[in-house]
Design a protein around this ligand. Structure first.
Ligand code: SF4
Length: 207
């Protein structure tokens, strides 16, 4: 299995663009998952359904490549709740603080009003491998409690994810990594997109 990690890392060394690196890891993760999902037993036992967004209220880790990809989507005009991102970034390094946030404030900034991922094709690698077996009720963290859930063994895809994390300079919680990149942006278009009333620099002054 280490072979998968080594092969992906070798390939990543040859790609200079962070966005292309992130997409390459995602492609490898998808490949491993689609092979797994050919199995009828796997198909039968997965409880995840469209519109269930329980795992989008938990902590998500991204590589700096993935953060760059997400920041690019925002720069290109995707609207997100910057205030929520800021609140989440204050607590995302501590599980207890994270789960003390009200449920709605814990929703990922990319979760849309239909409870669907607005960056589905570019969602982080770890979002791709979250597949629960058994009672999906246990995934809910609405009451602030985290219950044990049985996840599908996605070992090969996890090895590709490890290669992505192993090849990047930095990784961390999605809110922090994304906010960090956006705060460095001096893009007027981004300022306008994120907060029509306040410039991005004004918003970040509050932090
Ligand atoms: S990026 Fe998409 S799939 Fe991942 S936590 Fe956010 S909304 Fe959910």
């Amino acid at each position: 299995m280490l072979k998968i990690t080594n092969e992906v890392m070798k390939r990543l060394k040859k790609i200079s663009s962070p966005i292309k690196r992130a997409r390459y890891v995602h492609k490898e993760v998808n490949k491993k998952l689609s092979a797994l999902f050919q199995d009828p037993v796997v198909q039968k036992h997965i409880s995840c359904r469209k519109g269930c967004s329980a795992c989008c209220h938990t902590q998500v880790s991204v590589s700096d490549d993935e953060a760059a990809l997400l920041a690019k989507l925002v720069q290109n005009g995707l609207k997100i709740d910057l205030k929520k991102l800021k609140d989440q970034s204050r607590v995302s390094k501590s599980a207890s603080l994270w789960y003390s946030l009200p449920f709605e404030r814990r929703a990922c900034v990319f979760l849309d009003e239909n409870k669907e991922c607005s960056v589905y094709n570019d969602r982080p690698a770890v979002c791709r491998t979250n597949h629960v077996i058994g009672d999906p009720q246990n995934c809910s963290t609405q009451d602030g409690e985290v219950r044990s859930v049985q996840l599908l063994n996605t070992f090969e895809a996890d090895m590709a994810i490890m290669a992505g994390f192993g090849s990047c300079k930095e990784n961390g919680a999605l809110p922090n990594m994304l906010l960090d990149l956006l705060s460095k942006s001096s893009d007027d278009k981004l300022n306008e997109t994120l907060s029509p009333q306040r410039s991005l620099s004004e918003v970040f002054k509050e932090m």
